[in-house]
Structures are given as C-alpha cells and as structure tokens.
Design a protein around this ligand. Sequence first.
Ligand code: 5GP
Ligand code: ZN
Length: 140
Amino acid sequence: MRDDNCIFCKIANGEIPSRTLYEDEEFRVIMDLGPATRGHALILPKEHYANLFEIPADTAARAMQVAKKVGTQIVEKLGANGLNVVQNNGECAGQTVPHFHIHLIPRYQDDGQHILWKPGKLSDEEMDAIRDQILADQES
Ligand code: 5GP
Ligand code: ZN
C-alpha cells in the first residue's frame, strides 16, 4: 500500500525525482536532503510502512541487506572511516518522516557529528527489573 500524502512514498516510487544511488523492485536509496555528513543516504521501501513496528520482518531483513551493500559502497567510494546505520521510530526517537527509512551515515575522522548517546548508569536491581518487565508473560 502507498500513502498519497506521504512524500517518501512519492520519492521511493519516482513520482518526485531524487538523487538515486540504488533501486530494485522493493527499495530506493536516495541522498538525504539535509546530510549529516558527506554521502548521507536513506533507504526507502516503495510500500508505505510507518515504522519498524509496521514493516514485515522479511522486508526489514532485505532492507538490511541493502544497507550492507550500499553502505559498503558509500564508505569505499567516498573514503569514509566508518558508518552509522540509524533507524528512528517515533517523534521522541527523532523520526520526522513517518515512512520507514534507514539512514546510512558515513563517518569521517573529526567530522564534528554527534550521533552517539550519553551513557546512563542503573543499579543491578533496576537492570533486573527492566529485563523482567521486557520478558514478562513471554512463552519459554
Ligand atoms: P528521520 O528524522 O525521520 O529519521 O529522517 C528524515 C530524514 O529525511 C532527514 O535526515 C531529512 O533530512 C530527510 N528528508 C526529509 N525530506 C526529504 C526530502 O524531501 N528528500 C530527501 N532526499 N530527504 C529528505
Ligand atoms: Zn510513505
């Protein structure tokens, strides 16, 4: 299903032109309009799924295969030193476009970006309680 009001549906299906790095029947990989670093790209499925919770698992798995292929190509061709593969779900997690996408962000020594988080610290009891809450009512 595609969503007529979704800009990424239009881009992924070629209704709006984009700088395409890769395309197959299921995905289009484009250059991000507001790149965090040189070569920042987005993997878009052609079907509309709002986020990781909606995308079928097999489609998500194939998206990760595209991430490996195109991410490797970007890093090699641009001479990057590393790569962040980022996928945001929900506004509080930084998602601004509600169409599933994976960011490929090549990293360079001293590129000045801050994509990593501030580490927290919890007690053993708190860690146990969180694990137990996640695993509650789960079979086996
Ligand atoms: P999010 O914050 O939802 O994880 O990421 C959305 C990304 O899409 C941002 O990095 C933003 O720069 C990019 N973006 C938003 N609109 C467009 C667009 O029309 N074209 C392209 N190529 N990228 C876009
Ligand atoms: Zn869409």
